[in-house]
Ligand binder design. Structure first.
Ligand code: APR
Length: 231
């Protein structure tokens, strides 16, 4: 076994104090998804969308990686001869803070803003505004948080598809499996012959393609699993 694909979702960051989306008291209980995470919502009220992500950016900036993020990073460091690709649906930067390499943010990153006029991406540490001016093309009223909204294509799909074809072990962590295409990655990995594992707090509906499901807190279950994994 030489190739590991790890898909993470909001559940891996829950123990770092960041809200998931669909759990009780999750982000989508307090906000309408259509208002703050759809391209139609952005078109209707870009100011509200920027305010939402400005607030989230402050929380994410303060958050620190937990044992699950660290276990992935250590696993990578201890096994330099194994390819370990991490694809996250999370826009937080906790994998990077834990020192993990090869992380693809398929739903974007909280620390980036994109100009919808020219596609230029800038790092954003402070607040962003829709009526800001793009530093590259000079256009006003085109800045959007570089986060993939419902109605947009996820990023890095070609690279991810290739990784899924070549992985021997597929591990999903802290994801409810309801948002596609990420929810379909397990079936692709399984089709190409990978062993498949899910580490989640509770059973999910969409679990047909998982060979093994380990229920519990990711900070406990994932380190135990990765420490024992032998190649
Ligand atoms: N350890 C493991 N799993 C956990 C933990 C924990 N400590 N806490 C919560 N979970 C699980 C929940 O049981 C739930 O099944 O994490 C899952 C989180 O699911 P969602 O809130 O739906 O998050 P996610 O799957 O990442 O959402 C996918 O939906 O709204 C969009 O773009 C957004 O990237 C997001 C996508």
């Amino acid at each position: 076994m030489k190739n590991v694909f790890i898909l993470t979702g909001a559940g891996i960051s829950a123990e770092s104090g960041l809200k998931t989306f669909r759990d009780a008291d999750g982000l989508w209980e307090n906000f309408k998804v259509d208002d703050v995470a759809s391209i139609e919502g952005f078109e209707k009220n870009p100011k509200l969308v920027h305010e939402f992500y400005n607030h989230l950016r402050v929380q994410m900036d303060k958050a620190m990686p937990n044992k699950a993020h660290i276990a992935i990073s250590e696993f990578q460091k201890k096994n330099p001869d194994i390819t370990v690709n991490v694809v996250t649906q999370n826009v937080d930067l906790l994998h990077e803070k834990a020192g993990t390499k090869n992380v693809l943010h398929m739903h974007g990153r909280i620390d980036e803003t994109v100009c919808l006029n020219c596609g230029h991406v800038v790092k954003t540490l402070g607040n962003t505004q829709f009526d800001g001016v793009c530093e590259k093309c000079g256009a006003k009223n085109f800045l959007k948080p570089n986060i993939v909204f419902f109605g947009e294509m996820p990023m890095f799909m070609d690279e991810i598809s290739d990784m899924l074809k070549h992985c021997d072990l597929f591990v999903a962590v802290g994801t409810s499996g309801v948002v596609y295409p990420a929810a379909g990655f397990v079936s692709q990995a399984k089709y190409y012959g990978a062993q498949t594992y899910l580490f989640n707090l509770e059973y999910t509906e969409n679990n047909y393609y998982f060979d093994h499901q380990v229920m519990g807190k990711a900070s406990e279950t994932l380190p135990q699993f990765l420490e024992k994994l032998m190649f």
